[in-house]
Design a binder for this molecule. Structure first.
Ligand code: ATP
Ligand code: MG
Ligand code: MG
Length: 372
């Protein structure tokens, strides 16, 4: 069977490996961490840095196709792999855009799609002009932010200057704080033959900057959800994207939709597809990288996904009370095999399927309350 390579061995790599092996492929994972969640799910684990020349050469030599689960992998490494003649999806160019908030938001704008008002900040001088279009706002590092890290909320230009200094004068964007009615996401799968499919839109609720629950279908008007899907597919087309692309949106008053950001990989808000659609987002990743067709994306049942952070574990990593979750008939537990349950660390998730999104949410919250 063909060997598929993946850059990154976190939980997304682990779920990718499961999907790939279900489809009869073998999997090589590159991740420097000896205990990476995907390591024991891989046929081969290369425990070297993402830029290690020997590691990249081994991937190029042994893999029929290569993808990534980690957007901060070196884009030049991906370009080098592609130059060796191995299909690499998404492309290093698309990953490079998604790695940098300035490049990302500029691309989205140029594609004719809406973002929040933003200003690129390369140095303190960029904060000297009239900032009224961006305040109150959020100063976000252009690179390497996730789960709300590297973000400071600022009300005045003075606060923005202090925040920039707190962020060590890294390149940033200053983005206007938007009045959110809801947050939603859409996950697209697009092949090199330009076939495209989009999963149903998820409604996402965050706690402390980290995704807490995803509710599907999103409880927004059908026309808004459809517009989010169309915008996500349009963005994938403009990027000439191959692979799985996740697009996060803000829903504003007056049915306005703006794109917040994209991820060049499966996304936490798409974990419901493991149980509520016939094809999961990880299977779409396998299909798209192998130049196969995208699978069916229709929702079999309304679903709610709840993230399980380390906070749910007790002192010294004591296990949550799984009994209620495991005896609920329409609930499925997914754990990532991580050893230390630190606060804020994504340890797993569970999906609840029900007759309606509201019913699934009610049950999911009741279960979550019993875990501690
Ligand atoms: P992720 O873990 O999704 O990659 P991130 O660290 O890249 O997150 P963002 O998605 O930019 O961060 O922001 C995290 C959350 O903060 C958003 O989901 C939203 O709830 C809130 N937020 C970010 N930007 C804005 C904004 N301009 N207006 C209002 N809320 C915002
Ligand atoms: Mg992000
Ligand atoms: Mg985000």
């Amino acid at each position: 069977p063909a060997m598929l390579g993946i850059l990154g061995g976190g939980q997304l790599g682990r779920m990718f490996a499961t999907a790939a092996k279900t489809m009869g492929y073998r999997v090589t994972v590159l991740d420097p961490d000896q205990n990476a969640p995907a390591a024991d799910f891989a046929d081969v684990h290369i425990a070297k840095p993402y830029t290690d020349p020997d590691a990249l050469a081994e991937l190029a030599r042994t893999c029929a196709a290569i993808t990534t689960e980690f957007e901060n992998v070196n884009a030049d490494s991906m370009r080098w792999l592609a130059a060796q003649g191995v299909p690499v999806s998404p492309s290093g160019d698309c990953v490079a855009i998604a790695q940098d908030r300035v490049a990302e938001k500029t691309f989205i704008r140029n594609a004719g799609l809406a973002t929040a008002p933003f200003l690129a900040i390369n140095n303190a001088g960029d904060l000297n002009g009239d900032l009224s279009a961006y305040l109150p706002g959020i100063l976000k590092t252009a690179r390497l932010g996730y789960d709300g890290k590297g973000q400071v909320r600022v009300k005045t230009a003075e606060e923005a200057r202090l925040a920039l200094s707190d962020l060590k004068h890294q390149p940033c964007v200053l983005e206007k704080m938007m009045p959110l009615v809801a947050e939603v996401s859409a996950i697209v799968a697009r092949t090199s033959k330009t076939e495209i499919a989009c999963f149903p839109v998820a409604e996402n609720q965050h706690v402390g900057g980290i995704l807490d629950v995803s509710i599907v279908p999103a409880r927004v008007e059908a026309a808004i959800a459809e517009r989010a899907r169309q915008m996500a597919m349009q963005l994938a087309e403009k990027l000439n994207y191959v692979g799985v692309l996740a697009v996060e949106f803000f829903v504003l008053e007056g049915d306005e939709l703006v794109i917040n950001e994209m991820a060049p990989r499966p996304h936490n808000s798409g974990h419901y597809t493991l149980d509520a659609t016939l094809t999961s987002q990880f299977e779409q990743q396998v299909r798209t990288m192998c130049h196969l067709y995208p699978g069916k994306t229709d929702l079999l049942r309304p679903a709610v996904m709840v993230n399980l952070l380390g906070d749910v574990w007790g002192e010294h990593g004591a296990e949550p009370r799984w009994d209620v979750l495991l005896t609920a008939p329409n609930t499925k537990l997914h754990l990532y095999g991580k050893k230390d349950a630190r606060a804020g660390r994504k340890m797993g998730h569970f999906n609840v399927l029900a007759a309606s999104a509201d019913a699934a949410l009610e049950q999911a919250e009741a279960i979550k309350d019993t875990l501690r």
